[in-house]
Design a protein around this ligand. Structure first.
Ligand SMILES: CC(C)(COP(=O)(O)OP(=O)(O)OC[C@H]1O[C@@H](n2cnc3c(N)ncnc32)[C@H](O)[C@@H]1OP(=O)(O)O)[C@@H](O)C(=O)NCCC(=O)NCCS
Length: 221
């Protein structure tokens, strides 16, 4: 479940640490504009709608449970400080047309030790009202462009419980490939049907050959 991140960097490898130091020197929050969306730094006004989507059992059906207001606030605090610090993390996503907050999309370093670390992970979570419109795919493509282009990452991964077909479909639409490296995610209890997860990978080389890479560059500073 590509979704949380901590400020602890010890689990990241040397290359991720170098990247963070490099981006700290850039010291500017990255904001991404796509055709219909803005991916931006978090605001306090996002706290309520973000907690509301985390409290929706339909949104959280592939997770170990819903998330409380306190847990939602902790996510926002961690992502906000990562964006301040190095420019990128899970960004708040809003509709350009109305300014409505719809969820998050972004690049993060997983909080838990996982078999394929170090890695940078593409993740997304949208409020139910905004599913079925292509927003996750549109914004994920833009996040990948920033990750491979501006940040110079060599690879971006994504993972989810094997049963989360909507999430896997986004991964496939943006050009990621199932690495066939299924693993048990420690966030789920032993014996849970959700525990077995699949890993998708996309290398910078493969991304550069794809249509996603040659599309219009997302806006932003
Ligand atoms: C994962 C999640 C973001 C996927 O949302 P989604 O709406 O299925 O994905 P997209 O935003 O890319 O939208 C694609 C759908 O919009 C449709 N669509 C409608 N208008 C579109 C447009 N203008 N452009 C592109 N697609 C459009 C597509 O046909 C597709 O529909 P389909 O699923 O019936 O084929 C969403 O299910 C979610 O937030 N789930 C809860 C959290 C979660 O599980 N996160 C992932 C954890 S690993």
């Amino acid at each position: 479940m590509p979704c949380t991140e901590s400020s602890r960097q010890e689990a990241c490898g040397a290359s991720a640490t170098r990247l963070i130091q490099h981006n700290r020197r850039m010291s500017r929050a990255i904001e991404i504009t796509t055709e219909r969306l803005i991916l931006r730094q978090w605001r306090d006004s996002d706290r309520e709608p973000y907690a509301a989507l985390n409290a929706d059992p339909a949104v959280m059906r592939f997770f170990a449970g819903t998330v409380s207001r306190e847990g939602s606030d902790r996510d926002i605090d961690a992502w906000r400080s990562a964006i301040d610090d190095r420019g990128w993390s899970n960004w708040a996503a809003e509709l350009r047309e109305s300014g409505t907050f719809i969820g998050f999309i972004g690049l993060s370093i997983p909080r838990r030790a996982l078999p394929f670390m170090p890695c940078v992970e593409l993740g997304y979570r949208l409020a139910r009202a905004h599913w079925g419109k292509g927003y996750a795919t549109e914004s994920s493509k833009a996040a990948l462009r920033v990750g491979f282009g501006r940040l110079g990452l060599e690879e971006i991964v994504s993972f989810t419980t094997r049963l989360n077909l909507p999430s896997r479909a986004v991964m496939e639409r943006v050009g990621m490939t199932n690495a066939n490296e299924d693993f048990d995610h420690p966030a789920y209890p032993e014996g849970s049907a959700l525990r077995r997860c699949c890993l998708y990978r996309l290398s910078a080389e493969r991304w550069a050959q794809s249509a996603t890479a040659t599309g219009p560059a997302p806006g932003g500073p």
